[in-house]
Every structure is written in structure tokens, then in C-alpha cells.
Design a protein around this ligand. Structure first.
Ligand SMILES: [Zn+2]
Length: 167
């Protein structure tokens, strides 16, 4: 009697296990593709910056590499070089954004980055809305210092921890 009842239970356990393995493989594939896409975006942002000034672009590239090596966070460049038109539009959308003649993005001297990190099945993000303290804890502002990049987290009147620029 016992063996007849155990067989469906074992089959059920095996099916559950197979399902879990499929989900895990699916998730791992998704993260690999996601990270490759981010790398591609970062590469193209850095290439655009290099079109303006190679030395600046290299400095940002080393900065990004060091963050990924030392902090345990991955970098997604969300903005690099901007056209004058894009900056004028940003200023229109939010008057607190830099004017076109003041933005380092237009000159190819700034990047905005988000940081992300996977913990189990969740992804932690550090974005513009996060506190300066959370950003400081990652060690990224210190790495920026090493490359003589001014951190937007040090602005007095504007909260911009995603921004790093060559002054
Ligand atoms: Zn910026």
C-alpha cells in the first residue's frame, strides 16, 4: 500500500524539481542577456563621449570598470553626451536641470549612472531618488575622487547623486 502512494509523490517532487531548474535556468539566461544589453548601452554611450574627447571617455571607462571591480555593483550609464536640443528640452521639463550653456553633458564631460546588484532573485537599484548616504556606502564617490570627477551628490541645492563630471 505504501509503495503505491509513494510513487505519485516522488513523481510530483521530481516535476517540482524540474520546474525549479527550468525557472532558475530561465532567470540566469535573463540576467545574462540583461547585463549584455547594459554593456552594449554603456559601450555606445562611451563611444559617443569618445567622439568629443577620447581622454575624457577613457577616464569614464576606467571609472566604470573600477566600480564594477571594487564595489560589487554593476553600472548602467543612463546619460552621457547630450545634444543642445536634448538639454534645452530637459531644462523645459524641469527648470532645476542645468541650462544648455552650463551642462557638462553637452560638452561630453559628464555621465549619469544607475547602480544595480542582484541578491537572490531580486535586483537592488541605486538611482537618483536614493539618498547620498546610500550612494556613499557603495564607495563610488571615492572612486570618482580618484579620477578627479566631481560628484553630483556634493551639489548644495540640487540632489543629483547619479551625476559625475569632469569639471
Ligand atoms: Zn548629469
Amino acid at each position: 500500500m505504501g509503495s503505491k502512494k509513494r510513487t505519485p509523490l516522488i513523481r510530483h517532487l521530481i516535476n517540482t524539481l524540474i520546474l525549479l531548474i527550468i525557472i532558475t535556468i530561465g532567470y540566469v539566461c535573463y540576467t545574462i542577456v540583461y547585463d549584455l544589453r547594459v554593456r552594449f548601452i554603456n559601450r555606445s554611450e562611451l563611444n559617443d563621449l569618445a567622439g568629443v574627447n577620447k581622454e575624457y571617455a577613457e577616464r569614464f571607462e576606467h571609472f566604470v570598470d573600477d566600480i564594477e571591480k571594487e564595489s560589487g555593483w554593476k553600472v548602467k550609464i543612463i546619460s552621457g553626451l547630450r545634444s543642445r536640443e536634448e538639454q534645452i528640452q530637459l531644462k523645459r521639463d524641469n527648470p532645476r536641470n542645468a541650462a544648455v550653456n552650463k551642462s557638462r553633458h553637452v560638452l561630453g564631460r559628464a555621465v549619469d549612472i544607475n547602480l544595480y546588484k542582484r541578491v537572490g532573485l531580486t535586483t537592488l537599484w541605486l538611482k537618483k531618488g536614493n539618498s547620498k548616504g546610500s550612494w556613499r556606502k557603495t564607495g563610488v564617490p571615492e572612486i570618482a575622487n580618484r579620477y578627479h570627477l566631481l560628484w553630483g551628490g556634493t551639489y548644495r541645492n540640487y540632489h543629483d547623486p547619479v551625476h559625475f563630471e569632469i569639471n
